[in-house]
Design a protein around this ligand. Structure first.
Ligand SMILES: Cc1cc2nc3c(=O)[nH]c(=O)nc-3n(C[C@H](O)[C@H](O)[C@H](O)COP(=O)(O)OP(=O)(O)OC[C@H]3O[C@@H](n4cnc5c(N)ncnc54)[C@H](O)[C@@H]3O)c2cc1C
Length: 484
């Protein structure tokens, strides 16, 4: 038998790869983390995309899921340079009449701002926010018998409904719109079953932990995770593109931070017929078109709440957002797309030269679309912030094709590593009680294509490593989970 180089290897250094590597290294194993690009981080990279001195988050920007991650909260990341900044308003949602709804840190303040929907909002969110710390490890993990079945059942009853169904509980355009913007993060029609789930999670974590931005850029999260990993003895090698299993040093277990399509190419020959068949049926969803701007001033939003927010959802009413998402899911281009915008430099001066600003935005487009959405996105910003265009110094755009070239995990521009609808929510990538285990001994998948899915939280990596520790090394992971 060949001499073993490492106990375990992790392929891909996104937040899930880093989390998997840390979990196994902490359990006392020797772990090598491999990354095809010259820098680590996956969806956590920050670069000068437009002009010198303007630091843009290439992918993720806003981090309620990272701040609330039961896994990240275990780790001493602040000792490795991670500092979160909390905008005064977590998210704002402007309307054509010049007003805006807002997600504040406080449930009560948010409810009060929603006027006639105050009671409905409290009824929906208060119990969830109260239970979220104990629910998070259950919700943000694979299907298993829950530690808190009653609280989980209450969450599940709302989460399983469509965003459209739950929106009917509200009467004001403000509450409906705010809710629609949150649920549109699920990147699917708002009439789909379980499209409410992500809205509930984002609002609950927003109330408990806020919607922070990492000081300096999203890469601060990756850098802190990587520095911590190295400090406990982990090894990282960049510029190492794994295209075949034979490329790898010898180890007992390999965990892949990639999506099914790529894993089939790398290791398909080792999989059973049934596993390959299921992986081939895995579905990818809508893509995104993204813009980063260098600005000579802040964005001149009409609504005050928008100027105070880290994140702004531009889509006007629930009906308008629902219609844009439905159209896009059918392969068409929405003239007025739902736009997610972040203005990091308003809260973090290190992102731009003195007096200047950055902004980050994207909208959903059909998978694989190469349509340039610059005009449509800028029109949506201008609609709620007249004069915005005059402040643009430079822009950088990326379509779905370029997105996949940049990171092969974004198949056709799908930033969730596969549709997160009811059929792939907890059964990603295949129907199994151990979705992280492949049919090949010692090979695991730990990416966002496993439960709980997309977003920067590291929970896919943590649970995949936990599975491998038990199967291959007969070890239980040594880090428990914090409350969410
Ligand atoms: C435009 C955009 C905006 C987003 N906004 C947010 C946000 O605001 N908040 C949020 O929480 N999430 C956001 N996300 C989603 C988030 O970035 C992802 O869900 C998250 O990064 C997934 O983590 P991962 O570790 O599973 O995969 P990734 O982050 O994709 O990491 C995978 C890594 O594996 C490497 N790799 C792939 N194949 C190989 C190979 N064969 N050999 C070696 N290395 C390989 C890749 O280079 C990459 O570094 C956004 C994503 C995008 C694209």
């Amino acid at each position: 038998m060949a001499r073993k180089d490492y106990d375990a290897i992790v392929v891909g250094s996104g937040p899930n790869g880093l989390s998997a590597a840390i979990t196994m290294q902490r359990a006392g194993l020797s772990v090598l983390l491999l990354e095809m690009k010259e820098t680590i981080g996956g969806g956590l990279r920050t670069k000068e995309l437009t002009l010198p001195g303007f630091k843009h988050d290439v992918c993720s920007a806003i981090h309620p899921l990272a701040a609330g991650s039961p896994f990240f909260r275990q780790l001493p990341l602040h000792q490795f340079g991670l500092e979160y900044i909390y905008p005064e308003v977590s998210a704002a949602h402007p309307f054509d009449d010049g007003g805006a709804a807002a997600l504040f840190r406080s449930v009560e303040e948010t409810a009060q701002s929603l006027g006639r929907d105050e009671k409905q909002y409290l009824k929906l969110m208060r119990p969830l926010v109260k239970d979220w710390p104990k629910l998070a490890p259950d919700v943000l993990g694979p299907l298993h018998f829950p530690d808190h079945p009653v609280a989980l059942a209450q969450f599940g009853l709302n989460a399983i409904t469509s965003a459209k169904f739950l929106a009917n509980r509200f009467v004001t355009k403000e509450a409906k719109g705010l809710w629609g913007g949150m649920c549109a993060h699920s990147i699917q029609p708002l009439s789909n079953i379980a499209s409410s789930a992500i809205g509930l999670v984002l609002m609950a974590t927003g109330h408990l932990r806020g919607w922070p931005i990492p000081k300096g850029g999203s890469y601060s999260i990756a850098n802190a995770l990587a520095s911590y990993f190295v400090s406990i003895g982990g090894k990282i090698q960049t510029n190492f593109h794994v295209q075949h299993l034979d490329d790898l040093p010898v180890s007992d277990a390999v965990l892949f931070d990639v999506t099914p399509k790529q894993l089939l190419k790398i290791a398909g020959q080792r999989f059973s017929f049934l596993y390959k068949w299921q992986m081939n049926r895995y579905r990818y969803g809508m893509g995104v078109f993204k813009i980063d701007w260098a600005l000579d001033d802040t964005i001149p939003f009409t609504a005050d709440a928008c100027s105070k927010a880290g994140t702004i959802h531009l889509g006007n009413t629930f009906a308008e957002i629902a219609s844009a998402e439905l159209l896009t899911s059918k392969g068409k281009i929405a003239e007025k797309p739902f736009v997610l915008l972040a203005q990091q430099s308003v809260y973090d001066a290190s992102r731009a030269p003195a007096g200047r600003h950055t902004a980050w935005a994207y909208c959903h487009v059909p998978n694989g679309s190469q349509v340039d959405m610059t005009e449509a996105i800028e029109q949506q910003v201008e609609r709620f912030a007249p004069g915005f265009r005059e402040r643009i110094l430079a822009r950088h755009t990326i379509n779905t094709f370029q997105m996949q070239e940049y990171n092969p995990n974004y198949i056709g521009g799908d930033i969730n590593g596969g549709v997160i609808d009811i059929t792939q929510l907890y059964t990603r990538p295949v129907i199994s009680l151990s979705p992280y285990r492949t049919s090949a001994k010692g090979l695991y998948i730990c990416s966002l294509s496993t439960p709980p899915g997309g977003g920067v939280h590291g929970m896919c990596g943590y649970y995949a490593a936990k599975r491998a520790l038990k199967d291959v090394f007969d070890l239980e992971e040594k880090i428990g989970l914090a409350s969410g």
